[in-house]
Design a protein around this ligand. Structure first.
Ligand code: SAM
Ligand code: SF4
Length: 367
């Protein structure tokens, strides 16, 4: 009966909230060593809250059904809070919730609320999210009310057929409704577009203008050869410099680098701003992992949905935080974190021919 389901669900949510608050209040975690072997300080944690997705983007996962592991391999919400709390106590300032598709994780609003209550030395934890936007519209306001600070919505095309082709099942109108709902809720919005030569390179200026017209910030990402290069087509890679040139040509105005100090965020994007014309001052970001390597200043680590801590997007090695947490308790996480940061690489091995990437897929690590 619907009433029973609702009651059960709200009871489960209340219990997750109570457990999360208890964990936050306990402050039981040993300080984590958040400086890596190259003396880079980790300030940013990406957390995949699910390895499942309602899309099947061609560059992210194979067309067929993915072989998902057992559900209890995925961290429970209170375990996610425990891990994040320890990182915040050790200096992490921002957490990005990702996936799979994070809006599909049951209890995501409650998770955001629990995380947004955490405070580190630098102040309250900034909680942000990357989503494909398909089911964002009804969630945007609750997420904002729960304390979400900003949202990034993936948007590879503004043409409905193209959009469905690259996502294999996405409905553009739902995503656009999600973006509008996020903006209406007062969330700062960025869009993420994977620039694919011969597919959406004729739309880059259109997507930038679409974002600017709504007060959002467009970002363009180079295609990366995850999954052992299996989903990568070398000719489709559009270098970040070519993206900037293409947008500048489409809007008929030069783009100038924005000084790093003027750019909000802790990520690897390089920002440029339009220097004249109707869009003067509007910024766009490019993430040139393949052609503009930014690994030297890396300040992040990644937690997979199954609790594996990855020092680098481009390498497969990881530390098993889930096992440490479940078998030995929060204090055991420090040793795993020390091991991961002690071997954190100084660069990825991606090559533009599609070799050198990790075996893991983007959907499993969350971008
Ligand atoms: N499902 C959410 C979404 O699509 O926004 C969050 C997870 S998704 C893995 C995070 C980001 O990674 C998305 O913006 C997506 O476009 C990007 N991405 C996925 N596979 C990629 C690849 N092979 N190269 C570059 N970016 C990729
Ligand atoms: Fe899902 Fe995001 Fe991967 Fe697309 S990019 S398949 S939406 S996880």
């Amino acid at each position: 009966m619907p009433a029973t389901i609702v009651q059960l669900r709200s009871r489960a949510v209340r219990s997750a909230q109570a457990e999360a608050s208890a964990v936050v209040a306990a402050g039981s975690c040993e300080a984590l060593p958040l400086v890596d072997r190259l003396q880079r300080r980790v300030r940013y944690l990406r957390v995949s809250v699910t390895d499942r997705c309602n899309y099947r983007c061609t560059y992210c996962m194979p067309a067929g059904e993915k072989d998902y592991g057992p559900r209890d391999a995925v961290l429970r919400l209170e375990e996610v809070v425990t891990v994040v709390e320890a990182f915040v106590a050790a200096g992490v300032e921002r957490v990005r919730l990702t996936g799979g598709e994070p809006t599909g994780r049951r209890g995501i609003v409650e998770l955001v609320a629990a995380l947004a209550r955490l405070r580190g030395a630098a102040g309250p934890l900034q909680v942000v999210m990357t989503t494909n936007g398909e089911t964002l519209a009804p969630l945007a306001r609750p997420l904002r009310d729960a304390g979400l600070a900003a949202i990034t919505v993936s948007l590879d095309s503004l043409q409905p057929d193209r959009f469905t082709a690259i996502t294999r099942r996405g409905r553009l109108e739902h995503v656009l409704a999600g973006i509008d709902a996020a903006l209406a809720a007062g969330l700062p919005v960025k869009t993420n577009t994977v620039a694919v030569r011969g597919f959406n390179d004729d739309e880059l200026g259109t997507i930038a203008r679409f974002a600017w017209a709504r007060g959002a910030t467009p970002r363009f990402i180079e295609l990366m050869p995850m999954s052992g290069g299996a989903l990568f087509v070398p000719g489709e890679l559009m270098p970040a410099a070519a993206v900037r040139e293409r947008v500048a040509a489409e809007i008929d105005a030069p783009l100038q680098d924005v000084p790093a100090r003027d750019v909000a965020g802790l990520g690897p994007a390089r920002y440029v701003a339009v220097s004249r014309g109707p869009w003067a001052g509007k910024a766009l970001g490019t993430i040139g992992a393949m052609t503009e390597n930014f690994c030297a200043g890396c300040n992040r680590v990644r937690l997979s949905a199954t609790g594996q801590l990855h020092g680098c997007l481009g390498h497969d090695d990881a530390g098993d935080l889930r096992r440490a947490l479940r078998e030995h308790g929060p204090a055991a996480m420090a040793e795993v974190v020390a091991r991961v940061l002690g071997t954190k690489r100084d660069g990825h091995g991606f090559h533009v021919d599609g070799t050198g990437g990790p075996r893991k897929s983007m959907i499993s690590i969350g971008g």
